[in-house]
Write a new protein. Structure first.
Length: 369
């Protein structure tokens, strides 16, 4: 792991430096993997594990371990773009190849406690590989509305060739569709009122088909049933590829189909139904259904884990680049823990096991080298 973070520029006054930058970065990553969520915890954990760091990593640590103030100050100075570039290189090295198409979910999340009187809370837009269970990359924006400009930048940073990119309605934009196709990928975009005329046309088209299922063919329709946690959910997927009639079709690069999903949920005798609409470059209803369903992975497997397991919204790191860089560290830690498969063991328990057992943490790190 060390070699991937050697390119980070050290902006400190070198005559004052007592602790090497790589030592600070690597010990921080290990500490966060092991359950530390504050600079104070990180500093204390690293001091306790000093001998292990010297033995396992060959770190010199001539001046011992840094104080929590030093850890905080260093990460406030590190250029997040450089840190992100190193992160992306590391992720590319550990991605598992497969004949199955990867589905890349893109969505944003606000770090609530990063807000200050004069600064808005940090909003991170992330790309999540649902099959590989890895954060492929992330980029900071000042607020959710800026996701539209951030997503093309994020796609420039990562490799999505051959994948299917899923984005909610916020990212349903013509320039983003063109960017995805230019990157040799496919897309499934949620469609809502921000594309009002297209949304109305698609909604009107599917109304009769959904009301009268007999008008949908086997090639354009798929039904699934799920049962669990006291609820039954029926999902009906519709995909129409004969869309020459669609007035705005030629304005959307790569657009080959329009889709709809009707979800009917029954719980405690009560039934509710919701219909969602999509634009896509896919022509296979099975792949369309899989991609729509997989988009929830970024909420369940990434955002939920960051909030519940890593307590991201409670983190009060705010100074300069600190909040953004700490977010990247959490993504590194989560990716490492997800990559180390251990049946029946939760992410939170893996973090505790890393804290108690250095050899277990060594195994987690060795699994991603």
């Amino acid at each position: 792991m060390i070699k991937y973070f050697e390119e980070i520029t050290d902006k400190r006054q070198q005559w004052k430096v007592k602790h090497k930058l790589q030592e600070i970065v690597i010990t921080t990553i290990c500490a966060v993997i092991s359950g530390c969520d504050t600079w104070e915890d990180i500093s204390y954990f690293c001091k306790v594990k000093k001998e292990w760091f010297c033995e396992r990593f060959g770190l010199e640590l001539k001046n011992g371990l840094a104080s929590h103030d030093t850890y905080q100050r260093v990460f406030a100075m590190i250029d997040p773009k450089e840190f992100e570039k190193c992160f992306v290189s590391w992720v590319e090295s550990i991605k598992k190849e497969s004949d199955e198409k990867e589905i890349v979910n893109i969505d944003g999340k606000t770090i609530r406690n990063s807000k200050e009187e004069t600064k808005k809370a940090v909003h991170m837009v992330s790309a999540w590989a649902s099959k590989n269970q890895l954060v492929l990359g992330q980029i900071r924006t000042e607020e959710k509305s800026n996701e539209i400009t951030a997503i093309p930048e994020l796609l420039d940073m990562i490799d999505v060739a051959g994948a299917i990119v899923t984005i909610d309605a916020m990212g349903c934009q013509k320039n983003i569709a063109k960017k995805v196709i230019d990157e040799e990928a496919d897309y499934v975009f949620g469609l809502k009122g921000n594309q009002s005329s297209m949304h109305e046309d698609v909604k009107l088209y599917f109304k009769e088909i959904i009301d009268d299922r007999s008008s949908a063919t086997d090639e354009s329709y798929l039904k699934t049933m799920d049962k669990g946690h006291g609820r039954i959910e029926k999902r009906q997927y519709y995909l129409e590829t004969g869309i020459e009639w669609l007035e705005e079709k030629n304005k959307w690069t790569g657009l080959k189909g329009i889709g709809a999903v009707k979800s009917t949920v029954t719980r405690n005798g009560n039934t509710t139904a919701e219909i969602r609409y999509f634009l896509t470059s896919l022509t296979d209803v099975q792949l369309f259904a899989k991609s729509v369903r997989a988009h929830w992975s970024i909420e369940n497997k990434l955002h939920w884990c960051l909030d519940v397991v890593f307590k991201e919204d409670y983190n009060r790191t705010r100074k300069d680049n600190g909040a953004e860089n700490f977010a990247i560290i959490r993504h590194i830690a989560l990716s490492a823990l997800k990559n180390y498969e251990l049946k029946g063991v939760s992410l939170a328990r893996k973090r505790r096991m890393c804290q108690y057992d250095c050899e277990f943490m060594a195994n987690v790190l060795l699994s991603i080298r």
